[in-house]
Design a protein around this ligand. Structure first.
Ligand SMILES: Cc1cc2nc3c(=O)[nH]c(=O)nc-3n(C[C@H](O)[C@H](O)[C@H](O)COP(=O)(O)OP(=O)(O)OC[C@H]3O[C@@H](n4cnc5c(N)ncnc54)[C@H](O)[C@@H]3O)c2cc1C
Length: 342
């Protein structure tokens, strides 16, 4: 590995937006598939694991650090593969900043990811938890992706079905966790005006602002305005976005819940289950705005935990467990952490 710079003992705090945790034994940036392969092969020889990191906005670093190599995915690229005036397919390098991709496609008049504006992180991470916001998710637009398969030591193409997408989930954080390094994604977007009905929170904003003409740019602007108001900027107030997944419950659970809380907000899922906003559950448990072990439950959005004065992963874990317990005690619903851990 002559040309790849491999650094040692790197504080993961500097590479994760929650700004906690120990050090990575090795770290290197990869800008091409060859560099990705090189790093995996060298790690295999040394018998150490690899962790692929994009922007670190959905990863929590533990205090003990990582006894392996962190691969920073910095593979660039944005290419329009086809565009027939109605739909366009675009190939994006995994290391591109996701929101730059959204900005660029919106400027081209394309619809499909405009509601996912201002989600921090890289394009290559977007399929990992099937990122989504305001009614759109990556699974709706991704046709296929290219990945380095570390088991087979070769580059593979996976189509959307093979990615196994579901709500905030895919094989990349499930059964194939740690196996693939995503190199590029291909998304299919449309030259069409976004159509109502929009996701409740977005629709409310549009109605309040008297917006009745919808273009991808209008939706992007609206989403950014909503997000900047209720999501703390991770560069100023360290956080990892939604710290908990929204709760998915069965119909009988919803009926029981409604008996006690008739106004429980919920969205019906295609699989017959119901999504209850975990922010609401946390708020009802009396924890909105609370400071627990140096972690602040955001006062504008209880789903978000802000690292105000926590000094370790240990503090974060104590706060998390207290919140999970409080919600369980009140509702008998087991909420789950969203960010993965290194
Ligand atoms: C303020 C804020 C708001 C957010 N809002 C949203 C939101 O609205 N919706 C939403 O879905 N998420 C949201 N998130 C979470 C986060 O932005 C997304 O999960 C994003 O996709 C993470 O990108 P990243 O590059 O930072 O990934 P990282 O945090 O670096 O990595 C996340 C996971 O993906 C894996 N990974 C990263 N790159 C690759 C690759 N190339 N190949 C294989 N695996 C890879 C990592 O190993 C890790 O498991 C938010 C986060 C913050 C801080």
């Amino acid at each position: 590995m002559d040309h790849m710079e491999i650094r040692t003992e790197i504080p993961l705090q500097q590479y994760t937006t929650m700004r906690l945790g120990g050090t990575a034994r090795f770290m290197a940036s990869a800008t091409s598939v060859n560099e990705v392969r090189e790093l995996y092969n060298s790690a295999k020889v040394q018998g150490i694991p690899i962790f692929v990191l994009g922007g670190g906005s959905n990863v929590i670093a533990r205090d003990e650090g990582f006894e392996g190599a962190v691969l920073l995915n910095r593979i660039k690229g944005f290419a329009v593969l086809t565009d027939d005036g109605q739909t366009a397919t675009i190939k994006v390098g995994a290391g591109e900043i996701w929101d730059e991709v959204v900005k660029r496609t919106v400027a081209m008049g394309l619809s499909g990811i405009e509601a996912m504006s201002a989600i921090p992180g890289t394009a290559g991470a977007a399929p990992v938890q099937n990122v989504g916001a305001y009614g759109q998710e990556v699974a709706d637009v991704l046709t296929e992706l290219e990945a380095y398969d570390s088991l087979a030591d070769r580059v593979v193409t996976l189509d959307a079905a093979e990615c196994g997408f579901s709500y905030r989930h895919s094989i990349f954080r499930g059964e194939a966790s740690g196996r693939y390094c995503i190199l590029s994604i291909i998304i299919k977007l449309h030259h069409a005006a976004p159509k109502p009905p929009f996701y409740a929170g977005l629709q409310r904003y549009l109605t309040d602002m008297n917006i009745t003409t919808f273009t991808p740019q209008v939706i992007r602007d609206a989403v950014m305005a909503i997000r900047f108001d209720k999501l703390p900027d991770p560069t100023e107030r360290p956080n990892a976005g939604s710290f908990f997944k929204n709760a998915l419950i069965e119909s009988w659970q919803l009926s029981e819940l409604r008996e006690q809380y008739p106004d429980v907000p919920c969205y019906d899922m295609p699989d017959g289950r119901h999504k209850v906003p975990t922010g609401w559950l946390i708020e009802q448990a009396g924890l909105k705005g609370a400071l627990l072990h140096g972690m602040r439950v955001h006062d504008k959005n209880a789903l978000v935990l802000i690292n105000e004065s926590a000094t370790s992963y240990h503090d974060l874990a104590a706060a998390r467990d207290a919140i999970i317990q409080a919600v369980y005690d009140k509702f008998h619903i087991q909420i789950q952490q969203e960010p993965l851990e290194i």
